[in-house]
Write a protein of this length. Structure first.
Length: 125
């Protein structure tokens, strides 16, 4: 088992993410499980310090990050696989799914917690 310290840069962060992905299915009470819990804590701490997220609803946050990264809706559709659904989500016609939250969190580097906030849909009757 590797010794872990506070994550201070992107290289450390990538190393921690890579290791976490390898051991994320570790059996409870195993050394790898304890390492996984530590890594989750360290990764979360680094991300919360790195990503100063504005207090907006998840869809606005996605739009802000898309602009920052130079992404269009088609880029999200490539990641998710359905252009129509992406359009509905970005126009507040459909809620984010758990799969979208996972994929967009990774793609746009947004903490999952920021994408799970409640927000109002704009459904026309």
């Amino acid at each position: 088992m590797q010794s872990w310290y506070l994550i201070e840069n992107d290289a450390d962060y990538q190393k921690a993410i890579t290791r976490y992905e390898k051991i994320r299915e570790a059996k409870k009470d195993s050394p790898e499980h304890k390492e996984k819990l530590l890594l989750a804590f360290l990764i979360n701490k680094y991300e919360s310090e790195l990503w100063d997220m504005p207090d907006v609803d998840p869809i606005e946050l996605i739009k802000i990050r898309m602009e920052e990264f130079g992404y269009q809706a088609i880029d999200l559709a490539k990641e998710y696989g359905d252009k129509g659904t992406i359009s509905k989500v970005l126009n507040y016609k459909q809620s984010l799914s758990l799969t979208m939250i996972r994929k967009f969190s990774k793609l746009l580097r947004i903490p999952v917690q920021a994408l799970t906030k409640d927000y109002e849909l704009r459904l026309s009757r």
